[in-house]
Write a protein that binds this ligand. Structure first.
Ligand code: NAD
Length: 289
């Protein structure tokens, strides 16, 4: 690419998303110098060993010093604490963003710590895998995937435009959305499906006494595809449900209503209902690439 979009970027938290951002930044010459910090010594050592970040720092404060972009890439429940710790060390004019899967609560937790003269522009790349940690990242994770930019009241338009250009340079498509809407959309498209996948694996495990190891041995394509996401990081997903409580409970309520209707149709042998339902949902699913 041309000139870097940010001269100094600090990545706080070095998991799947931050490591993928690093490799994508290097691929495209999107950033000058990239510093990184993770809470665990082990993660920092791994990062140094695999060359993840130009400099791995032993404190978040050191990592953000002089950065013009600071990316909070820790589990959603840790965002506020991290923001509080780095706040006094942020450079004037810097932009702080995050990649958290939930937006309303993160904005409430981080926003109050952002000092005068520093921009806060939340974001959320809709890209991931069931893998986690510093070694799970890869440069193409964001290619042609959406990154939602969620400006807050008073977000500086230039800071928003610059962050948008940054994500596009990492390969992503971008859109803007407000936090409330984001959290409801994600509850439908990501959060509730994860919960259902976790549940299905739990059910299969409960049945182990009956089915022995057959669930695993004969794990049909449906079960495998559908439950892949249940291997995702437990801390990350605990935090998603603790912080997107309202929207996930709303969607879960609707989900259980539909499930009960299907349950009743099965009990009554109502093939018409089942066929009509599956026909409708097939058409909808086929409309999604
Ligand atoms: P990950 O589990 O791979 O990595 C999290 C990193 O944060 C680890 O390096 C961990 O050591 C570090 N960490 C945890 N608590 C910390 C703290 N208090 N201070 C400093 N470092 C800390 O997670 P990930 O998948 O990269 O997720 C990071 C963020 O991105 C989360 O907020 C998540 O909601 C969001 N996100 C995840 C996905 C996904 O599919 N995995 C997709 C989009 C957004």
């Amino acid at each position: 690419g041309g000139a870097p979009i940010y001269n100094r970027v600090a990545l706080i938290g070095l998991g799947l998303i931050a490591s993928s951002m690093y490799w994508a930044m290097k691929r495209g010459g999107v950033a000058g110098h990239v510093t990184g910090y993770a809470r665990s010594e082990e993660t920092r050592e791994t990062a140094r060993r695999i060359g993840l970040c130009d400099t791995v720092c032993d404190s978040a404060e050191d990592a953000v010093a002089g950065a013009d972009l600071v990316v909070l890439a820790v589990p959603v429940g840790a965002m506020g604490t991290v923001a509080e710790a780095i706040a006094p060390h942020l450079a004037p004019g810097a932009t702080v963003t995050d990649v958290g899967s939930v937006k309303k609560e993160v904005i409430a937790a981080v926003g109050p710590h952002i000092p005068e003269g520093v921009h806060f522009v939340p974001g959320h790349p809709l890209a991931g895998t069931e893998h986690s940690g510093p070694e799970s990242g890869f440069s193409t994770l964001f290619d042609n995937r959406w990154c939602l930019i969620v400006p807050v009241a008073g977000s500086d338009p230039d800071a928003v435009a610059r962050l948008t250009g940054f994500w596009q340079a990492l390969g992503a498509l971008t859109d803007e959305m407000d936090a409330e809407h984001h959290d409801l959309v994600l509850a439908v498209t990501s959060h509730t499906p994860h919960l259902i996948a976790y549940t299905m694996v739990g059910v299969a495990d409960d049945l182990r006494r009956v089915t022995d190891s057959e669930v695993i041995k004969y794990s049909a394509a449906g079960f495998r595809d559908f439950t892949r996401i249940a291997a995702s990081d437990p801390t990350m997903w605990r935090d998603v449900f603790l912080t997107n409580k309202e929207a996930t409970l709303e969607i879960l309520g609707r989900f259980t209503e539909e499930l009960f209707a299907l349950q009743r149709a099965i009990r009554k042998g109502d093939g018409e209902h089942l066929h009509a339902y599956f026909t409708r949902t097939r058409a909808i699913r086929r409309g999604i690439i």
